[in-house]
Design a protein around this ligand. Structure first.
Ligand code: UT7
Length: 331
């Protein structure tokens, strides 16, 4: 049976480091609160000139190099991001232009923190069914410019950050190796528990001076509700992947979870009885970069030689939508 394997991964984070102490100068918060409640010590925020496209391109170049491929080889692009460089079209087309791939399809996915795994699931199906030989999946996020950097916005401003990660999936004629299973879910009943309401085309004109005073232009998150749901969905969707393949949690060599909150990752570790040494955790230095956290985590794991031949790696996410997802990959 034809499978798809992760041939290369890459990442890019902006150079600008924003420490918790920097946020204290903008809003009523503290280094201690942020560390204790989220685990975050610092994060990267974009500088002038960075875009979803530019960061995604840098991550893609690293992934291509590691896959021993050239941009001209890419047959499908899937761009996953909460926002886009422009309202229309999605950043996938801008990335495609930068890669000089006219004619190659570019899909944009806006499924929050689960975006990358949604993208991987779609790419995997295209490859398994023989439509494409490979696919580029990019998670790129530029959230810092949309945060309310006053005390009113501190519930989200201290968490979200910028960066990009990329993975290249390639056809593999070995059923034992590659993406063994993917699972994607959503529950739109909770869409408004983590959302940005405005600017919405529901208003005419969509943009007005009055809009600037509406609370809805800032991200809203019902943190506790999101937290509780994440604690249920992470173990659940990981178990779904294990059940689908017949593996047990002890078989997993490395878990790369979405980086939402260090307390969530630690709780998942406890619930699954999986030691933290087997779980990627880089929220301390990057914050929550939504769709980019998993490919950034994979790329760092690649650098640290943790994706060795034969390693069984589980990927899992939970976020806005609500959406949640998992994948099991044999390297
Ligand atoms: O990636 C997408 C999915 N996202 C998540 O999974 C995030 C899930 N949620 C969380 O990570 C946590 O709920 C947060 C980190 C967002 C918040 O932590 P919490 O322990 O749930 O705090 P809280 O919202 O219940 O707030 C507790 C207190 C409140 O003060 P009072 O009402 O007790 O006086 C907040 O006003 O902490 C206050 N607070 C802050 N204080 C200092 C909220 N944000 C801050 C802040 N600095 N940044």
């Amino acid at each position: 049976m034809r499978n798809s394997t992760i041939a290369g991964v890459g990442h890019y984070v902006p150079e600008r480091v924003v420490k918790n102490a920097d946020l204290v100068t903008m809003m009523d918060t503290s280094d201690q609160w942020i560390r204790e409640r989220t685990g975050i010590e610092e994060r990267r925020w974009v500088d002038a000139g960075d875009t979803h496209t530019s960061m995604g391109l840098k991550a893609t170049k690293m992934a291509l190099e590691r896959a021993n491929m050239e941009a001209k080889d890419i047959q499908l692009i899937i761009m996953c991001s909460v926002l886009s460089d422009h309202i229309v079209p999605g950043s996938g087309c801008f990335l495609q232009a930068e890669l000089e791939l006219p004619g190659v399809p570019a899909i944009d996915i806006r499924n929050g923190c689960s975006g990358f795994l949604y993208g991987m699931s779609i790419a995997d199906k295209f490859i398994k069914t023989g439509v494409y030989e490979n696919a580029l999946i990019v998670g790129a996020e530029m959230l810092s410019t949309s945060l309310d950097l006053t005390t009113e916005g501190r519930g989200t401003a201290v968490i979200f950050a910028d960066g990009a990660g990329a993975a290249i999936l390639k056809a593999e004629e070995n059923p034992e190796k590659g993406v063994l299973t993917t699972h994607i879910h959503a529950d739109g009943r909770h869409a408004k528990r983590l959302w940005v309401e405005e600017p919405s085309p529901a208003h005419s004109p969509r943009i007005s001076e009055e809009l600037l005073n509406r609370e809805g232009i800032w991200p809203y998150m019902d943190g506790k509700f999101v937290f509780k749901n994440a604690l249920v969905r992470f173990p659940e969707v990981i178990n779904t992947a294990l059940e689908a393949t017949g593996y047990s949690k002890e078989d997993i060599d490395l878990l790369v979870p979405h980086q939402a909150n260090l307390r969530i990752t630690e709780a998942v570790s406890k619930r699954l009885g999986m030691p933290m040494e087997k779980i990627i955790s880089n929220i301390q230095k990057y914050g929550n970069t939504t769709a980019a956290t998993i490919p950034i985590g994979l790329s760092e794991a690649w650098e640290e030689d943790r994706l060795n031949d034969g390693a069984l790696v589980c990927l899992a996410s939970f976020g806005a939508g609500f959406t949640w997802a998992s994948a099991l990959v044999r390297f």
